[in-house]
Design a protein around this ligand. Structure first.
Ligand code: FE2
Length: 274
């Protein structure tokens, strides 16, 4: 297989067996340990006062930290959790790959450095990571998007490594991608709004297509490589099985990183390469 050619043609690669079962299980255990240590009461996102402002701050400050974000359907009307905390978190973001030694080592494996070079990055930096739980019964749908919307450089250099830490199937909300859709160009970017919070800047008002998506079912250990411009999405998880995944997003340090991008790092703790 010519990985670079296939990637340029279809905008993604599916590489089964890239990570070992032992690695996947170790990352899962580590993520659950982080969740175990997370005390939601300490985070002001639950105060109803200025909720959007404080949740914005919590989100906007997460670029170089380990922070926890709940599923939308995690709460009952009275504000209490429907399921146990460990079954209520939507994701951990956005710097496990820098803060946690195990995620650091996994994310900076030499094979990934090699792959990022093969796929065209000259000076790759690991800008962001997410641990995605896609919880049983309440795992939310992820609408169709392009990752470069959230990881924007000029020119676009975003590259995503998405690891199935558990089997991802049609039942528990696997990825869906639009083959060749990366040729459509970037539709919008997610920026810090001048008055605080965030907003989208439209770059091309033509909507992304709704048809033509294919499911990317992925057994545990599979690496799915995603072009930053590739339209993709995933369905809700209404099944009793979770669908844990870990993703790392890279950009090229040779490209410009605008100051109004939502994700900003503390200059004392910059994003690093391999
Ligand atoms: Fe994505």
């Amino acid at each position: 297989m010519d990985a670079a050619r296939d990637f340029q043609r279809q905008g993604y690669l599916v590489l089964p067996g890239f990570a070992s079962k032992a690695d996947c299980e170790a990352l899962k255990a580590r993520a659950l340990a982080w969740v175990d240590g997370f005390q939601p009461e300490t985070v002001s996102i639950f105060s109803t006062h200025e909720q959007s402002r404080t949740s914005d701050d919590y989100f906007l400050g997460s670029g170089d930290k380990v922070r926890f974000f709940f599923e939308e359907d995690a709460f009952q009307p009275d504000g209490s959790l429907r399921q146990a905390k460990a079954l209520s978190i939507n994701k951990i973001g956005h710097a496990l790959h820098d803060v946690d030694p195990l995620f650091d080592r996994f994310s900076r494996a030499p094979r990934l450095a090699e792959l990022s070079g093969t796929l065209g990055l000259k000076r790759p930096v690991l800008l962001q990571s997410m641990y995605i739980f896609k919880q049983p019964h309440i795992g939310g749908e992820v609408n169709c998007h392009q990752d470069a919307t959230f990881l924007y450089t000029e020119p676009s250099t975003c590259l995503g490594f998405w690891f199935a830490l558990e089997d991802a199937t049609l039942e528990n909300g696997c990825l869906w991608a639009l083959p060749g859709g990366h040729a459509l160009g970037l539709k919008k970017r997610f920026v810090r709004a001048p008055g605080g919070g965030t907003t989208f800047h439209t770059l091309d008002a033509t909507p992304l297509p709704e048809d033509g998506f294919v499911p990317l079912e992925a057994a545990q250990g599979t690496l799915v490589v995603l072009h930053g411009l590739l339209p993709h999405k995933s369905g809700a998880n209404t099944s009793p099985k979770s669908r844990h995944a870990y993703s790392v997003h890279l950009v090229d340090a040779e490209a410009q990183y605008p100051a109004d991008n939502w994700l900003q790092r503390d200059p004392a703790f910059p994003a690093r390469g391999f």
